[in-house]
Design a protein around this ligand. Structure first.
Ligand code: PGA
Length: 256
């Protein structure tokens, strides 16, 4: 299986800055066939960057998308508009769930809309600090996972990637803590068991599961060798050229 390294730029960089950063990033990295390198700039930068990017080397993801393809939905951007521009879409990120109020029902419709428009969804799941403290992690993960996948057919499951991002480990969170490889492998195991129960062994084994939450060059290696982890979703460190390049080179080294 390929290793996925996805850089989530969140609400950072102007269009000009995005373009310069992408230029430097592509120059700094060789073509790694077994590493799928993906960056997720703002909506505004996606179209110009799609003309600039060398898709043999790197791919684009959106950070969101709307579940209807067109119509009276002021301010939204549809996956039909993103079709051909991005290869991936981050869906259900915890910042969208907790700050923008997205629920599993809406996320499920977005996953279906991405797939319908030939865009591979990266479904983010993860518990908050208090959910973990109350012993609710397993229930939260199961609900987000099965809720998010509920609107697509079995034939489309092979297009989906999962990102496990414990909310308490995300760097922008107050007093973010680092997740330990043991904590991660326990939840990744639960994700695969849940998929196995509902959709069967093959899908469970083949679905890529990424980890995200304060990934840095210093911990990327230990996260990448954690059982069941097929890649990383990187926020803050993906905005610093040397760090993101280092993380990708680490992935190449440890997954070789
Ligand atoms: P972080 O963000 O790497 O800055 O913790 C990860 C994410 O929110 O996707």
């Amino acid at each position: 299986m390929k290793t996925y390294i996805v850089g989530n730029w969140k609400l950072n960089f102007t269009v000009g800055e995005s373009s310069i950063y992408l230029h430097k990033l592509m120059k700094a990295l060789p073509n790694y066939r077994d590493i799928e390198m993906v960056v997720a700039p703002s909506f505004l930068a996606l179209q110009p960057l799609s003309l600039q990017i060398d898709r043999h080397k790197m791919k684009l993801a959106s950070q969101n998308g709307f579940y209807r393809d067109y119509g009276a939905f002021t301010g939204e951007v549809s996956f039909s508009q993103l079709r051909g521009i991005v290869d991936y879409a981050i869906i259900g990120h915890s910042e969208r769930r907790h700050i923008l109020g997205e629920d599993d029902k809406m996320i499920a419709k977005k996953i279906a809309a991405a797939v319908r428009n030939r865009i591979r969804p990266i479904l983010c799941v993860g518990e908050t600090e208090s959910e973990r403290a109350f012993g609710e992690t397993a229930d939260v993960i199961r609900d987000q996972l099965l809720g998010g996948l509920s609107e697509i057919g079995d034939d489309d499951l092979d297009k989906v990637l999962i990102a496990y991002e414990p909310v308490w480990a995300i760097s922008s969170t107050k007093a973010a803590k680092l997740a330990s490889p043991e904590e991660i492998s326990e939840v990744v195991k639960l994700i695969r068991e849940t998929i196995h129960e509902v959709y069967g062994k093959k899908i469970a084994e083949e679905m890529p599961v990424l980890f995200g939450g304060s990934v840095k060059p210093s911990n990327a290696g230990s996260y990448l060798i954690t059982e069941g982890v097929d890649g990383l979703l990187v926020g803050g460190a993906s905005l610093i050229l040397s760090e993101f390049v280092d993380i990708i080179n680490t992935a190449k080294r440890v997954k070789a």
